[in-house]
Design a binder for this molecule. Structure first.
Ligand code: HEM
Length: 451
């Protein structure tokens, strides 16, 4: 399509969003139970509603600024919401003007140290990212992780008798096993690793209202995770010289320490692992649940995804998995703080002046549905080019686990998708239960077990 018809399409989508939003809200009012606020409560996490609201904003108010801070966890003087694809990418590309904010909370939970997701561009950031790229190698997903995860997933699905609580039995377990066997943090119970990292992720990235109770629990979890990593480092050092040391991330980091590479004293190694572990478990688990949820909502698409899972065509299955994730990404916005007074979308009618200190919410969810840059934006299209996706960040801080995610999510879900008559358990149990947290905690699925 040419630029002018695309613009028209964008405005038509924005106008159409108005009746669609009304229908979603009315349906909730009519079908819900209890008081008005109780009936409307689920709308806060209704992704179909969020997509329609963003369609409306992309058309008529793509860059909004209000002088009021909504995020309390990190200092700021106001809030901006950025919705169009090009503007979202602009904010995340301009890391000199829009900084990451996580530093203070990182330091609270690491015992005083920053981790590279909390750092601005500079020599320390480059050194730390480079060190971890040597230890977490680009070839690892294919050579090490996929074979391991394939075995774990097959075993879990084969042993569950057609009744699976997805987050508990598979979603959390596979990344936690990865942390133990590939990263090399084996000592704590797997459940402890899951609990600590989930709490820490919640505190660092999701607790925008700064809940004081969560603050206390996260500090405790931080201390326990630090101790666990330190303990593991000491165990490895005590067994130095063993005939066959493991080829895992921790062992590689210790090898780099022995070669006197900078940034790799015991404390440095602990901080690297601390950040990676927090990024790994709750994210992959939530992604697995949300992908399955999107597929279950679309029976015709689910049938095709299951056919793809039963075929040897890896790329076909990948298409269904990541396209489903586009409809329910882990985070609908990525937030940054304006370092100085600046302008977004300079030179266009939608140019917006942003005061220094503003928290800028760049909506990756909205960007992935912007019909100007994204082909067939509103369609479920498994052949979508990879460039359309902003599933795990964009720009300087793009997820360091990106290659792991891309390889592991299809491997985690393939054995489940191969099962006949895959469905939700009846009643409330079949719905995602977040149990008061931001993450899926229970999601009961059923399928016809073959043996
Ligand atoms: C589906 C799963 C995942 C999702 C959706 C996800 C999402 C993200 C996002 C959105 C960011 C950027 C945050 C920002 O710019 O503010 C990020 C960064 C990061 N993620 Fe992930 N992540 C996932 C899995 C993982 C895994 C498995 C690991 C570790 C093995 C990991 C480690 C990291 C690290 C270290 C960063 C910081 C990168 C940097 O600052 O340069 N993530 N992730």
């Amino acid at each position: 399509m040419k630029a002018f018809p695309l613009q028209l399409y964008r405005y038509a989508s924005a106008l159409l969003a108005i009746p669609r939003i009304s229908v979603i809200v009315l349906r909730r009012l009519l079908q819900g139970k209890g008081s008005l606020s109780r009936r409307l409560e689920p709308l806060a996490v209704d992704l179909a509603l969020q997509r329609e609201v963003f369609a409306l904003l992309r058309g008529f108010a793509p860059n909004i600024y209000v002088a009021k801070p909504f995020i309390r966890a990190y200092a700021n003087s106001g809030t901006a919401l950025v919705c169009r694809n090009s503007d979202v990418r602009e904010v995340l590309d301009r890391h000199q003007d829009f900084e990451v904010v996580y530093g203070p909370r990182m330091e609270a939970v690491t015992g005083g140290y920053n981790f590279f997701l909390g750092m601005q561009d500079g020599p320390t950031y480059s050194r730390d990212v480079s060190n971890m790229r040597l230890a977490v190698r680009r070839t690892d997903p294919e050579q090490l992780l996929v074979p391991l995860a394939q075995g774990w997933a097959e075993q879990i699905i084969g042993g569950c008798g057609g009744q699976l609580d997805l987050p508990q039995q598979l979603g959390q377990q596979i990344p936690a096993l990865m942390v133990q066997q590939y990263f090399g943090i084996q000592t704590p119970q797997r459940q402890q690793l899951i609990d600590w990292t989930t709490l820490l992720f919640w505190y660092l990235f999701v607790d925008l209202a700064a809940d004081p109770d969560l603050d206390r629990r996260a500090l405790e979890a931080g201390e326990q995770l630090r101790n666990a990593i330190d303990h593991e480092i000491q165990l490895r050092k005590a067994s130095a010289g063993a005939p066959a040391p493991a080829d895992d991330v921790l062992q590689r980091l210790l090898g780099m320490q022995a070669a006197a590479l900078p940034g790799l004293d015991d404390l440095g190694i602990r901080n690297y692992l601390f950040g990676f572990l927090i990024g790994a478990i709750p994210t992959l688990s939530a992604a697995a649940s949300q992908i399955i949820e999107v597929l279950l909502d679309r029976p015709a698409v689910l049938a095709k995804a299951q056919a793809a899972a039963r075929s040897p065509d890896q790329q076909l299955l990948d298409g269904y998995i990541f396209e489903a994730f586009r409809f329910a990404p882990l985070n609908p916005v990525i937030y940054r703080r304006a370092v100085r007074k600046t302008t977004i979308a300079r030179g266009s009618w939608r140019a917006r002046s942003i005061p220094a200190g503003t928290m800028v919410l760049a909506s990756n969810l909205s960007a992935m549905f912007d019909p100007i840059q994204v082909q067939h934006a509103n369609r479920f299209w498994p052949q979508r080019p990879w460039y359309d996706y902003i599933l795990w960040g964009y720009g300087m801080h793009t997820c360091a686990g990106a290659y792991i995610n891309r390889a592991l999510l299809p491997v985690m879900l393939r054995p489940l998708l191969r099962q006949a008559n895959l469905r939700r358990a009846p009643g409330a149990a079949g719905q995602i239960d977040r149990a008061g947290t931001p993450f899926p905690v229970h999601q009961q699925l059923r399928f016809d077990a073959t043996s």
